[in-house]
Design a protein around this ligand. Structure first.
Ligand code: AMP
Length: 216
């Protein structure tokens, strides 16, 4: 049922993402124009909410989420289970770069229970599948930076999911540099931080609302 809905969903969903202006100029140049998000058919601005959608939305809105020291607005969350939740990214590296976290405030991967580990990866698998299709991508990067020396900047376990396209980075593994905190520090040293802007809550809420429709 869901699969049969997807083609129409992907052709009808709109997502206006701010250009990735905060990337280093050399990295930006390497990004191809096909990063553009899918477009809506003219005149189609929203999908009708189903009752399960309303129910899921209500459930997600009534719950509270934390991401390390940050309180996460339910508007940023687009999918949740009893043990995990998925949120849109404040500073995505590519369109569809989202995070999946355990609900419990757990700093390191080793501290997850078996159930949390299993649920986290099953959630990531499901979300990756949908976002790859939504963004017309052809691959996925799943990555965890587990601990500060591995580049973790938010001390709450999270899987990065990044839809990937052919040639999106000149050298494929540069995506890790883009995610990595050392890269961020480097940008700051080079006084390029002005290019790294947090997205507005409105933009993030709009993106999360679009993704929620993929999991009805
Ligand atoms: P890491 O460097 O692996 O710890 O990744 C942290 C990720 O969290 C980065 O992709 C940030 O853009 C993202 N991030 C940080 N704060 C927030 C927030 N309040 N809401 C959503 N994403 C966030």
């Amino acid at each position: 049922m869901l699969k049969s809905l997807l083609p129409s969903l992907t052709s009808r969903c709109s997502l206006s993402l701010t250009p990735f202006l905060y990337l280093h100029p050399s990295t930006r140049r390497r990004l191809l124009p096909r990063h553009s998000p899918p477009h809506l058919s003219p005149g189609v601005t929203s999908l009708r909410a189903s009752s399960s959608f309303s129910h899921d939305l209500h459930r997600m809105e009534s719950e509270s989420y934390t991401f390390g020291p940050y309180k996460i607005s339910a508007k940023e969350v687009f999918y949740s289970t009893q043990l995990s939740y998925a949120l849109v990214n404040l500073r995505p590296v590519v369109p569809g770069h989202v995070l999946v976290c355990p609900r419990r405030d757990v700093k390191r991967f080793i501290d997850l229970t078996a159930d949390e580990t299993s649920d986290l990866w099953l959630t990531a698998q499901k979300i990756g599948h949908q976002l790859e299709s939504y963004h017309n991508a052809s691959s996925l990067t799943f990555t965890i930076q587990d601990g500060p020396q591995a580049g973790q900047t938010v001390s709450h376990v999270h899987i990065h999911i990044l839809p990937r396209k052919s040639g999106d980075f000149e050298n494929n593994d540069e995506i890790y540099e883009a995610i990595d905190s050392k890269e961020k520090e480097l940008k700051q040293k080079l006084d390029l931080d002005k290019e790294r802007k947090d997205r507005s809550m409105e933009e993030m809420a709009q993106e999360a609302a679009e993704y929620r429709k993929l999991f009805l």
